[in-house]
Design a protein around this ligand. Structure first.
Ligand code: ATP
Ligand code: MG
Length: 368
């Protein structure tokens, strides 16, 4: 085996709102992990989103892109806020995010929804339904109806007609199927491909290509197919039937938000966006939470768990990733909660963002 690297360049994008607070907590935790496990991280900050608009009049400046591409990995907090909502489209924070994904070739978005035993009651669903749920949604990120052309609003026979195109090429389906096959084989070995092949031609191609890739190159993965309407229902009815789900951009957008509700709090959900090669971007699923920014109330765990995904997918450190997840669970076991996780009369202690970071950092250095 090749010796592991012992030093990594990681670009930090603190972004907007609660971004700087959760970034500081995450950095502290990963730093404690690196010290314990004898590797080094060279942290470099860069601008994205509203922060970049304010400083450089550009939501994702060229220098940020170059720095991301030159890193081993990128850790992003969150972007956006009321302040920039009325800007023209090219000066909105979200435009910077889309540009980053496109320029870095990040075509696969991985969103795990894992219900932790300590937080079962945070879900609005019944205990027996969510207990033990561990689903990974692999969403295609750079194709589908969001990018298909032609698109627009035309006048036809005196009225406006709007249209977008759901388009997938064979090669686009092939590469996301390979990511999903790989992810599924390293998890529970079950892959459910979601489409609407009973109605849509593009879905029939999706189904054919996914079947080809998985049966030929991932023979140990057990593949099934499901129509998206049924999948939406099954996710709530009995989520434990799923291990890994793969789907196109728009179905994945909807299903991954639905799956996130199984877990309870937005503050617990990490994500990874990866491409064929080069650095990936790891970020919490939540937004910049402007309503609680600057008040030390944010939950940093989604970003800390995103750092665990970074260790697993980009830095080739699966054991360290597992240790980080274990430290997060140990903090919850100890009864510490940020305000978003607090249940009534649960006897837990409410802490701020910074204190949660300190506690997890201490645990990551000490637990066995
Ligand atoms: P975006 O459009 O960027 O996804 P959003 O409009 O979906 O953003 P969020 O910023 O994710 O909204 O916030 C939704 C709600 O969840 C807010 O009330 C926010 O305070 C809360 N929230 C989001 N993230 C966290 C977190 N890490 N810790 C605590 N509360 C959070
Ligand atoms: Mg949102």
């Amino acid at each position: 085996a090749v010796a592991k690297k012992d030093s990594y360049a990681v670009t930090l994008l603190p972004g907007d709102g609660i971004g700087p607070e959760i970034t500081a907590a995450t950095k502290q935790v990963v730093q404690a992990l690196a010290t314990r496990c004898n590797f080094r991280i060279e942290w470099k900050e860069a601008l994205i989103g509203g922060a970049a608009i304010d400083a450089k009049n550009d939501p994702f400046p060229q220098e940020s892109l170059e720095q991301c591409l030159a890193s081993d990995s990128v850790l992003l907090a969150c972007i956006g806020g009321y302040k920039w909502d009325k800007n023209p489209r090219e000066l909105r924070p979200e435009t910077g995010l889309l540009k980053m994904r496109k320029e870095m070739g990040l075509f696969a978005n991985l969103r795990p929804a894992k219900v932790l035993p300590q937080l079962i009651d945070a879900s609005t669903l019944k205990r027996e339904i969510v207990e033990g749920v561990d689903v990974m949604v692999v969403r295609e990120l750079t194709g589908d109806v969001y990018f298909g052309t032609p698109k627009g609003i035309d006048i036809v026979n005196g009225q406006r007609v709007g249209y977008n195109n759901m388009i997938y090429s064979e090669s686009e389906i092939d590469r996301i199927a390979r990511v999903a096959g790989d992810v599924a084989s390293k998890r529970g070995g079950k892959l459910c491909s979601v489409d609407k092949a009973n109605v849509l031609d593009v879905s029939q191609l999706w189904r054919d290509v996914v079947t080809d890739v998985i049966t030929k190159d991932f023979p140990d993965v057990q593949l099934s197919h499901m129509y998206v309407d049924n999948a939406a229902m099954q996710l709530i009815r009995w989520p434990k039937q799923f291990d890994t789900i793969v789907c196109g951009n728009i179905f994945g957008d909807i299903l991954s938000d639905e799956a996130s509700m199984l877990v309870g709090s937005l503050g617990m959900l990490p994500s990874a966006s990866i491409g064929e090669s080069g650095p990936g971007v790891f970020e919490p699923c939540h937004g910049s939470a402007p309503d609680i920014a600057g008040q030390d109330k944010a939950n940093p765990l989604a970003m800390i768990l995103s750092a665990a995904m970074m260790l697993q997918y980009d830095l080739d450190r699966p054991e360290e990733a597992a240790l980080l997840e274990k430290a997060v669970e140990a903090a919850l076991d100890a009864g510490v909660r940020t305000p978003d996780l607090k249940q009534e009369n649960d006897g837990c202690k409410v802490v701020g963002c910074a204190e949660m970071g300190e506690i997890v950092a201490k645990l990551v250095a000490e637990i066995d």
